[in-house]
Design a protein around this ligand. Structure first.
Ligand code: NDP
Length: 458
């Protein structure tokens, strides 16, 4: 039975998910004066920004004739959604309750009530589950070649990618920048990637395709050294590699729905044919979470638009929308130039008091001369999680009034420094005080974790 709860703060529409579907829905809902809330996701279901955060060049998104880096495209969509008044909440949704009206969402930090919902939580990268996967995870095995490929341990070494889709092909080509040879392990006798991608793989002399081949075990000492394989005829083999990258598809992020909305047998949300309405009135779905077939950035964006328009109509029909009035018809321009990469500092531009600088010159100077603790983020140019983490770290530093200084090291440019620091994936953050390493984090973490560690040493 549907219960009605009286709440003082009830949103018009809450969008869950921050990929192309979520941000496009937010842009449309915000421009319809619905003042949407967008819950970005944090640790569950991949990183905020979705799958394009772990892609290099997206060459098929209309409007970018020369391609655009996935994380850059997502930064632009986010800036556009925020410019029109979307409120972002950096948290995960733990559960929703569709049995009460307005719907209740429980996040890591609070409960939120909303008259309508748009679920755009996308899908997460699958793992193989081979023997010793956990032992060598981040010590040679990775689900993101684009994030981790530039790590020093992979340079001029043999590497392998598992999968036969566009991701596997793209990652194999990308890894030839760093590895001496890339083995592409395909479990069947064909690639299912797009024709252009297959051509690129086949034209690349550094890629060796192993057809009908599956991986069964990872072996090594401190770091991955080889994999055991098996082919269709049950012949076993071994390949010596220092990196194994998974690109074997995705699973929809729908577990938090706890079967309250109809899903198919793989977990994808079931919608009316070609439409965003789910089995629950007032709840809409967009993007890969409800699309096991097309799964493109542009189709996700299109479905986000449909979901927002459908939600707007539904709210209006039910007389539930509370529209905001804007003081100015056109919001201020977004500061989108700030989302692009900063320049490395030189002897001329270095500033001992600056809160955030980039490059090895700044690191050397601050390491030896600064009286304050320093927070070093090791990033790589195409690392999507680094895009997520950098603004978080800058916010931590600013909230601590510069009691700590931040430095970014691009491991692609400064790979010797990365090697000396023992970096084996990006983002990695190291906290130093008086030349001593106090703490290290790998991957995206909550701001509170960094703050607490810094406060403990100042
Ligand atoms: P796909 O689902 O398209 O491909 C997954 C691949 O992994 C398949 O080749 C599949 O094999 C293989 N696989 C699955 N499970 C296993 C396993 N246990 N062992 C070995 N191999 C396995 O996923 P993608 O991530 O490649 O692509 C998802 C979507 O995103 C697609 O629509 C794609 O076109 C798009 N995309 C576009 C890009 C671009 O345009 N730049 C880049 C990346 C993705 P099998 O074929 O035998 O099932």
């Amino acid at each position: 039975m549907v219960k009605t709860e009286i709440k003082s703060e009830v949103e018009n529409v809450v969008i869950v998910g921050s990929g192309p579907a979520g941000y496009t829905a937010a842009i449309y809902a915000a421009r319809a004066n619905l003042q949407p809330i967008l819950i970005t996701g944090f640790t569950s279901g991949g990183i905020p920004g979705g799958q394009l955060m772990t892609t290099t060049f997206v060459e098929n998104f209309p409007g970018f004739p020369d391609g655009v880096l996935g994380p850059e495209l997502m930064d632009l969509m986010k800036a556009q959604a925020v410019r029109w008044g979307t409120k972002l909440i950096e948290s995960d949704v733990i559960s929703i309750d569709t049995n009460i009206k307005p719907f209740k969402l429980t996040t890591l930090d609070e409960d939120i009530y909303s008259n309508s919902l748009i679920i755009a939580t996308g899908a997460s990268a699958n793992r193989l589950g081979i023997i010793n996967e956990e032992v060598y995870w981040s010590k040679g095995i990775s689900a993101c070649a684009i994030c981790d490929g530039a790590t020093p341990q992979f340079r001029e070494e043999e590497l392998a990618v598992v999968g036969g889709g566009d991701s596997a092909c793209e990652e194999a080509v990308y890894l030839t920048k760093y590895g001496s040879k890339v083995h592409l392990l395909v479990r069947s006798d064909k690639l299912r990637a797009s024709a252009a991608m297959i051509d690129r793989v086949k034209a690349n002399e550094k890629i060796l395709i192993h057809w009908n081949t599956s991986v069964v075990e990872a072996k090594g000492n401190d770091w991955l050294e080889k994999i055991k394989t098996i082919d269709k005829e049950m012949n076993q083999g071994e390949i010596n590699i220092k990196g194994l990258f998974y690109a074997i598809g995705h699973t929809p992020n729908t577990s938090f729905l706890e079967k309250q909305i109809d899903v198919d047998k793989k977990g994808y949300i079931l919608c009316k044919e070609g439409r965003p309405e789910t089995s629950i009135e007032g709840i809409f779905a967009a993007g890969d979470v409800s699309d096991s077939e097309w799964r493109q950035g542009v189709t996700a964006a299109g479905s986000g638009c449909m979901a927002a328009l459908a939600a707007e109509r539904w709210l209006s029909e039910k007389n539930l929308s509370k529209l905001i009035t804007r003081e100015q018809p056109d919001p201020l321009k977004s500061n989108s130039s700030s989302i692009y990469d900063e320049e490395e500092v030189t002897e001329e531009t270095f500033d001992i008091n600056s809160q955030w600088q980039k490059g090895s010159y700044a690191l050397r100077k601050l390491y030896h001369e600064s009286k304050r603790p320093i927070l070093v983020i090791f990033s790589s140019p195409t690392c999507g999680p680094c895009h997520v983490l950098k603004p978080q770290l800058k916010r931590v530093i600013s909230e601590l009034n510069g009691a700590v200084q931040g430095i970014e090291i691009d491991i692609d440019k400064d790979h010797e420094i990365a090697k000396q620091a023992g970096i084996n994936g990006t983002p990695t953050v190291q906290l130093f005080k008086e030349k001593l390493l106090k703490k290290q984090w790998k991957g995206v973490k909550q701001r509170s974790e960094f703050k607490e560690a810094i406060k403990n040493i100042i």
